[in-house]
Design a protein around this ligand. Structure first.
Ligand code: HEC
Ligand code: HEC
Length: 393
């Protein structure tokens, strides 16, 4: 599983190709995934990393044999590949030969290239060019799309009588956010200047790893995970995000930084109205055994952020975010649980981050607030710049 491979800090892909410029870029991008996956509240753009060398290039310029996606920004190629793999429910090696991603030897890769053209044509000819049909629309997590309707294993249960009438009226976005602010403890939250959480990251079938998440008002955040290979860091310094990988610390891409900025906002429950121009409330399915309400927060031209609240407590249960790629959105879902009172503020002590290719949970053991935190903790150290590693401009 790709997730596991990120967690361990090195896919064969990065190992075998290292030394070449492409290899360095790929290794960096894969390792960006490592650090991102290390942090439950890190940006959703799993693996959507890049070295500065590829930041302004197109995929056609940065990679050897990209023909259909050649005008896509180079740093979107790997997220796009993750979208394709998730849509078909396959590993990279379904289409690629390990260590030679540019080769066209596998017929699945050639089919995939034709499918990309087909998808573009379907959308152009039928949906005004909107991306209404994607790989996932047909494939649904399988290489072989179905053509025949499935007969359900069980008789569908009739809905209990009166459920339609019993559906409660939805609150307005303002009411929902006001409720959240109260539930969190808005007045107490405004007095919080820093938060230090220590716990464990559990996931990928590995041993739990110690992790520390430090936040400082208004918008600095760093998480440091101890791995057998050393520290894995994801951070936002107040203006941009950065993370560590085998090649040393890297700045995040603009899109990653934007998501990291949201996560770093210590007063996020009080800022939603300022951060998004479009807010709407929808009914939600239950989450676990909790009745829930969904708030969709959007800005023009960007994928939305979905926030699902506990209908009883008013606290945030789930956040869903989407990273745009050339072919569709890659989803990230963060589920919050185990809320405890810290100095009058409700703080989640457990969160689980899930993507199409893996999930992990952070369980916090201790939370301290208003302790002094040195700003230096959030600043990206100078990269070691080994041979072949481009230094940031
Ligand atoms: C369903 C098939 C399929 C899967 C699965 C897939 N790819 Fe691809 N990949 C392609 C196709 C097709 C291209 C060429 C696209 C083009 O020509 O525009 C490509 C191109 C690439 C390239 C550019 C290689 C070069 O130098 O030209 C890289 C790197 C890559 N893929 C990585 C990955 C990774 C990493 C994964 C797993 C997350 C993955 N791919 C999963 C089909 C696939
Ligand atoms: C309109 C529906 C549809 C869309 C959209 C679609 N596919 Fe397919 N795809 C199919 C069907 C149907 C087949 C199986 C054809 C067959 O059985 O011979 C298939 C087969 C494939 C295969 C070969 C699988 C194998 O087992 O060899 C690959 C690879 C593939 N699609 C990739 C993609 C990718 C990547 C995308 C998005 C760019 C995509 N498809 C979008 C319908 C679709």
């Amino acid at each position: 599983m790709l997730g596991a491979c990120w967690f361990n800090g090195g896919c064969e892909m990065s190992g075998r190709q290292s030394g070449t410029r492409l290899g360095v870029a790929l290794a960096a991008a894969v390792l960006v995934g490592t650090a991102l996956m290390a942090d439950a509240q890190a940006p959703v753009h799993g693996g959507q990393g890049t070295t500065p060398a590829t930041a302004s290039k197109t995929a056609g310029e940065a990679f050897k044999n990209v023909r259909v996606l050649k005008n896509v920004p180079a740093d979107q190629l790997l997220p796009t590949m993750q979208f394709v793999a998730a849509s078909l429910g396959v590993e990279c090696t379904f289409c690629h030969i390990q260590g030679a991603f540019d080769k066209d030897d596998r017929k699945e890769k050639q089919t995939a290239r034709r499918m990309m053209q087909m998808m573009a044509a379907i959308n152009k000819d039928n949906f005004d060019g909107d991306r209404d049909v994607t790989c996932y629309s047909c494939h649904r997590g399988s290489p072989a799309p179905l053509t025949i309707p499935v007969i359900a294993a069980e008789e569908p249960r009739p809905a209990p009588e009166g459920t339609a009438a019993a559906a409660p009226a939805l609150p307005s976005p303002d009411q929902l956010l006001e409720r959240w602010a109260q539930a969190v403890g808005a007045e107490a939250l405004k007095k919080v200047t820093s938060r230090v959480q220590k716990g464990q990251l559990i996931g990928f079938g590995g041993r739990p790893a110690p992790i520390e998440v430090v936040a400082k008002a208004p918008d600095k955040r760093v998480s440091v995970m101890q791995t057998p290979r050393g520290e894995s860091i994801t951070a936002f310094d107040g203006s941009r995000g950065w993370l560590t990988g085998r090649e040393g610390p890297h700045p995040m891409t603009a899109a990653e930084s934007e998501a990291a900025k949201l996560d770093a906002d210590l007063y996020f429950p009080l800022h939603v109205k300022q951060l998004f121009t479009g807010l709407s409330v929808r009914p939600s399915e239950k989450i676990g055994d909790r009745d829930a309400v969904l708030l969709i927060a959007a800005n023009e031209g960007k994928p939305p952020v979905k926030l699902t609240f506990d209908a009883q407590t008013g606290l945030l249960l789930r956040e869903q975010r989407y990273a745009d790629t050339a072919l569709g959105y890659n989803p990230t879902q963060i589920d919050y649980a185990d809320y405890r009172d810290v100095d009058g503020v409700k703080v989640p002590f457990r969160w689980t981050l899930a993507r199409a290719n893996g999930r992990f949970t952070i369980q916090v053991g201790s939370t301290e607030q208003n302790v002094p935190v040195d700003d230096a903790k959030f600043v990206m150290p100078a990269p070691p710049s080994p041979a072949g590693q481009p230094t940031p401009k």
